[in-house]
Ligand binder design. Structure first.
Ligand code: FES
Length: 104
């Protein structure tokens, strides 16, 4: 199964892309949905509705395994702190393969 690796903590969270965990936050199968369903704390002030940017994550590896960023996500991401070229919103980004992230 694919996994999300969180650095520098070295936490691995496996997920089945065809069976999203449905934590109730963020898009089903999003990084936020997967992490919360596995007990990994990550801020999500707006509840995963693409309106706060507190779920900002930095993708360290596996950008090619993520869908293109939407205009809505890009606009919201612009308000995040410590923005990088590989920043994404965890509540909007649905991985299908292995990725490595850092939670700033
Ligand atoms: S939780 Fe608010 S934008 Fe992702």
């Amino acid at each position: 199964m694919p996994k999300i690796r969180i650095e520098p903590q070295g936490i691995d969270v496996e997920f089945d892309p065809d069976r999203p965990p449905l934590s109730g936050f963020g898009r089903p199968g999003s990084i936020l949905d997967i992490l919360l369903a596995h007990g990994v704390e990550i801020d999500h002030v707006c509840g995963g509705n693409c309106s706060c940017a507190t779920c900002h994550v930095i993708v360290l590896d596996g950008m090619e395994n993520l869908p293109e960023i939407s205009e809505d996500e890009e606009d919201r991401l612009d308000t995040a702190q410590d923005l990088t070229e590989t920043s994404r919103l965890a509540c909007q980004t649905i991985p299908r393969e292995d990725i490595t992230i850092r939670i700033p």
